[in-house]
Every structure is written in structure tokens, then in C-alpha cells.
Design a binder for this molecule. Structure first.
Ligand code: M1P
Length: 255
């Protein structure tokens, strides 16, 4: 039986959305059309976002006009390690508690040495971003501009900077049981096994929805939407961009 908190929604289903390239262009803001679409959709079903980024970045992308990111029924940043239900923060675990300071330092020291030695056309700043549920590693640095990001992404496609780096880390830190996930344009995320986007499902289980739909763009194996997209608890949908999300979702839930 679906939680009474959703009594006014005619359809007792939850629709979860990835953020970058699903609700917004990568690292940019949602369009006013998308915001209106989400407001309309929420009259029918429960809605949530599940992004790999931290909550501050996702808020920047989804706080558009008078829309507040906490208007989503569920808000999941860092794959659900930061979780909101009806705007209220839920309890969660942390990367540092799970991994421990000693192993974390060994990992981060290795990463920084590796980045110091890697040859790429430009380097900027913030090569490791420490978050609640993961660390994010970028060989060019998170301070890169939009243009520098696009240039790095193209360079990386040809030279496999991130893929090679991840392979070395996977081998060297096998004992820590970590997942290395290349989800964006300039970086990759590192988190304990199981803390991929399926983690957020633990927060919605007790609401007992009839179905949970997930929309994402990186749904093939190796992409950071793959696990939740292929999880038996969800009905997965692959989209190419935000316009595609609105089109498919309208067909399923609003027509
Ligand atoms: O949401 C996908 C990824 O978005 C960002 O990646 P990048 O800066 O490389 O484009 C990061 O916030 C990353 O953690 C996240 O998985």
C-alpha cells in the first residue's frame, strides 16, 4: 500500500530522473519548460532526482525562477548518500566513515602523485573533491571553464586519460572494494561498492510505490546510470537529452 503522503497523486508511481543531460544540459541549468513540465508531472505522480553530483551543484542547476529543488518529493545527491524526502534531510552514511582515514589518505596521496605526473594540455585546480558519499577526481581540475571542459572531454576520448587512471586505481586499491565511475565530462567518482545510484532506492522502499521509473542518459554498461536503470526494482528509460525526457515521460504519464 503506497504511503498516505502521496494520497493526492492519482498515479501511485515514482519517477526518478538523472540530472545532467536528462533534466538539464551537462552542469547547466534546467530550462523554464522543463520546470513547468516537472510541476505538471508532479500533479500525477511522485517525482525525484538522483544525481552523482553534490547537492550544491544540483541545486544550482534546478533552482530556476521560483522553483526550489526541494519541491521534488525526493532529492538524491551523490547517488542518494545525501537524501531529501519532502524537503527533509534523511539520515545517511559517509565515505570517510566507511573507508577510514588511513586508507583514504593512501588513496588520495596516490591520486595526487599520479595527477602531478600525467601529461595533459592544461591543468586547473581542485583535482580531488571530497564529498559526503564519495570523492570526485579530475585530472584537469574542477575549476576548468565550460570551454576547457569540452576540450578535455574531446582529448580524453582520444587519449583515455580517465580510463587508464581508473584501471590503475582499480588494480592498486582492490582491497578497498571501491567503485570507479566515469559519469561526467572531466572527472570520475569513487565510492564503496553498492553506493551507485541504486543506493537511493533504499530511501524509497518504505513508501511502497506500485512502480519506480528511472530516466537517464548513461544507461549502458560502464555509465553511471547503468545499475539503477537495470535494477529489477525499476522500469528504466534511456534518454538522449532533456527534450527527449519530456517527450517520453509525457507519452507514458501525461497522455
Ligand atoms: O552527474 C554526473 C557527474 O557530473 C559531474 O561530472 P563532471 O564534472 O566530470 O562533468 C560530477 O559532479 C560527477 O560527480 C557526476 O557523477
Amino acid at each position: 500500500m503506497v504511503s498516505a503522503d502521496f494520497a493526492e497523486r492519482p498515479v501511485k508511481k515514482l519517477v526518478l530522473f538523472d540530472v545532467d543531460e536528462t533534466l538539464t544540459p551537462a552542469r547547466q541549468r534546467a530550462s523554464p519548460e522543463m520546470i513547468q513540465f516537472l510541476r505538471d508531472l508532479r500533479k500525477h505522480v511522485a517525482i525525484g532526482f538522483v544525481g552523482g553530483s553534490d547537492f550544491a551543484k544540483i541545486s544550482d542547476q534546478l533552482n530556476v525562477g521560483d522553483f526550489n529543488v526541494l519541491e521534488f518529493d525526493f532529492g538524491f545527491a551523490e547517488n542518494g548518500l545525501i537524501a531529501y524526502r519532502f524537503g527533509k534531510l534523511l539520515e545517511s552514511q559517509s565515505f570517510i566513515n566507511m573507508v577510514g582515514e588511513k586508507d583514504y589518505q593512501e588513496l588520495v596521496n596516490f591520486i595526487l602523485h599520479y595527477i602531478a605526473d600525467v601529461n595533459i594540455p592544461i591543468k586547473r585546480g581542485t583535482f580531488v573533491e571530497f564529498r559526503n558519499g564519495m570523492i570526485n577526481v579530475s585530472p584537469i581540475g574542477r575549476n576548468a571553464t565550460v570551454k576547457e571542459r569540452k576540450d578535455f572531454q574531446a582529448y580524453d576520448k582520444e587519449h583515455h586519460i580517465r580510463a587508464d587512471f581508473v584501471e590503475i586505481l582499480r588494480e592498486k586499491f582492490k582491497r578497498l572494494n571501491l567503485t570507479f565511475s566515469i559519469g561526467g565530462e572531466i572527472s570520475f567518482d569513487i565510492f564503496p561498492h553498492g553506493w551507485d545510484k541504486t543506493y537511493c532506492l533504499t530511501h524509497v522502499e518504505k513508501d511502497d510505490f506500485e512502480e519506480i521509473h528511472f530516466f537517464g542518459d548513461k544507461t549502458s554498461k560502464g555509465g553511471n546510470d547503468y545499475e539503477i536503470f537495470s535494477d529489477p526494482r525499476t522500469v528504466g528509460h534511456t534518454v538522449k537529452n532533456p527534450a527527449d525526457t519530456m517527450r517520453i515521460c509525457t507519452e507514458i504519464f501525461l497522455s
